[in-house]
Design a binder for this molecule. Sequence first.
Ligand code: NAD
Length: 359
Amino acid sequence: MTDTLVFRAEALVAAVTTIVRAAGSSEREAAQVAANLVEANLRGHDSHGVGMVPRYVDAVLEGGLALDAHVAIRADGGALLTLDGQRGYGQVIGAEAMALGIERARLHGVCVVGLAHSHHLGRIGHWAEQCIAAGLVSIHFVNVLSRPIVAPFGGRDARLGTNPFCVGIPRPGSEPIVLDFATSKIAQGKTRVAYNMGLAVEPGTLIDDRGEPTTDPRYTVVEPTGALLPFGEHKGAGLALICELLGGALAGGATGGAVGDGRRRVLNSMFSILIDPGRLGTAANLAAEMESFVAWMCASPPGAGIDRVRTPGEPERETRAARLVAGVPVDAVTWAEIVAAGAKVRVAPGDIEALLVGR
Ligand code: NAD
């Protein structure tokens, strides 16, 4: 086990903004990237939080991530938008793509958004939450272009990305439903966090380089690599394939496999459907049915070791509330990697320390 440091969210935002700015982004972009990553930490998804900074800095330095890029409209069919993220920071591209989709869904009642070639879009729930804030239901299929990391059902090696799937449903007067998960048994970043902390992963999560079961997270972090297994056996593997085909191909991007030109990067393509329940004429029905169904479902007697049944999105809100008070934990290895990433773009460790003092 390695040590864990604890930071206030504002301090982490300041430190990450400084590093991303030093890597060449505008102040605005740096602030947007930092806020998004720290939000992922606050919501308990450390795999998609500040620990991504070293990968982003490497991607910038190697030319795989375009600075201050914006979404380009490739096809505009009114309620159908095909967008290109131009390898820009996913934190900016995702927000711009959803803003365009929200505008169109307000106009037409629905918008189908194909977004190709974004750099890493981070926690996909963030984009569902943007739609929820606009009163929209949204469904997102995402594929990941990096080295393959997930085995197909019955396979012995990696052929798929961790291809996340997400649904957001606003609940008038109540907290929304946000179902947001990788189609691998756990997100790849969680194996990196486990590796950095010297922890084993649960049995049934990984196979090694020979396709045999292992609990050692090294097999997704250092060579020779093995593969994560899909969640839910053939069902999760099937959903991962659909994310590849809709999130990748239908959205206008590429399907899996290595990116191919040797530059390190993580590209995401996302196929999203944004729906205005008011325009569908079912908003009142949705609200009433959802309240009674959710109450009934959550009244199920809790199983052993469980305090109560929760809805998707609740654990993240609970973690957020706790971490806003107690601070955000970052393991020492991840923190050292972030400081080293800063040094690559000439941010001295002392400068980062100075940003943390008093915050
Ligand atoms: P996870 O296994 O923690 O599952 C999260 C989902 O399950 C959430 O909707 C959560 O609210 C719900 N949940 C968890 N515990 C629950 C409980 N007790 N009761 C009810 N619901 C519960 O998530 P994951 O698969 O590790 O994914 C983590 C994050 O990684 C996601 O935000 C995902 O979007 C992101 N991700 C991104 C990429 C990318 O390339 N951009 C790739 C993979 C994953």
